[in-house]
Design a binder for this molecule. Sequence first.
Ligand code: SF4
Length: 391
Amino acid sequence: MSTRPVGEIIAACEEIFEDLSFAKAREWKAAVPGRKVIGYMPVYVPREIVHAAGMLPLGILGGGADMEVIHGDAYYQSYICRIPRSTIEMAINGKLDFVDGMMFPSICDVIRNLSGIWKLLFKDKYVRYFDAPQNFREEVGGVFYANEMRELRDGLAKLGGREVSDDDIRRSIAVYNENRRWVNQVYDFRSDFPWKAPSAEVYLLMRAGMVLPPEEHTLLMREYLAAAEAANRPMRDNCRVVLTGAFCEQPPLNLIKSLEMSGCYIVDDDLMLVSRWLLTDVPTEGDPIENLSRAFLLHSAETAAKYEPDVAKKGSYLIDSVRKRKADGVIFAAPSFCDPALLDKPMIISRIEPLGIPYIHIQYAENSSQMQPIREQSGTFADSIKLWSAS
Ligand code: SF4
């Protein structure tokens, strides 16, 4: 496989990231008459079902750092997180006019309300509030979740005017299994050689996966890995941190860059969890919906978005990540007002403090512009970690 230089690959990803009109997704749709695009919000939806219906799952992750929100403020209180307001702004400004349907996963009340607003604003569009189970027993949550997915499949079949067969879903499961394997390889590579795969690059690469078809995104990750391995980049004297809490509204790209510049290599994170939510391959034999359901129940990332009835186990996913990635500390980075992330934090801190895992906490909005205080805080954090580990 011929490979572009790493800078060229990332420049292409950044163009996709900056483009709030989603030209790539529009091109995909226009290439074949009748194609449909289904948008989805964070944190998790089974993209395999959308893909199996011949449609493009399109991740909608807010308006980013530069978009001015005018209309969106009329729909929500001004003090809440920004992602619902900037998403409405994009819709009202016509940036999502080519999107045929939207899925709103059950992460919080804000997103639930957004699905209601969407139904009122865009009566001719397919809108689905996607309720994931919080009971993880197969005979309870499993039955419920499989039914949710069957309803989704049937709704998309009606929208697309064609049946979605089990074989269609099996093929899509295989496509996403492969995509997830490469996502994990990129994450492993960054953890092993963080100076060769800066977090801002990995972020842009994963953001491209929110817009591109999964097959194309897989090829892009393969190309990036080959180029990043070949690139000669200097190793910095940075400490290693896990970034957590940023699973929904996205931090500004400058925040990610600032953390690394201040002395923290991000060696794991919970950004765009939809790409890594399932922790194992989903079997391609047998009933594909049951397989997706079982993967969700039994082999999915334990995060703020997933109910953990046993408080003693809360935060185990993060602790495992700290150990696996040999991280020196944790940065809790949550969007302002984010209930799921901010409610989770004290429970997780009660687990990591006894283990002596250092942490700091920062809050952001997708349009935060003042990076200097964050840089000073994370820089001090990195310095103190180096001092402690040297003593
Ligand atoms: S940022 Fe947090 S509170 Fe806001 S929509 Fe996302 S999950 Fe909900």
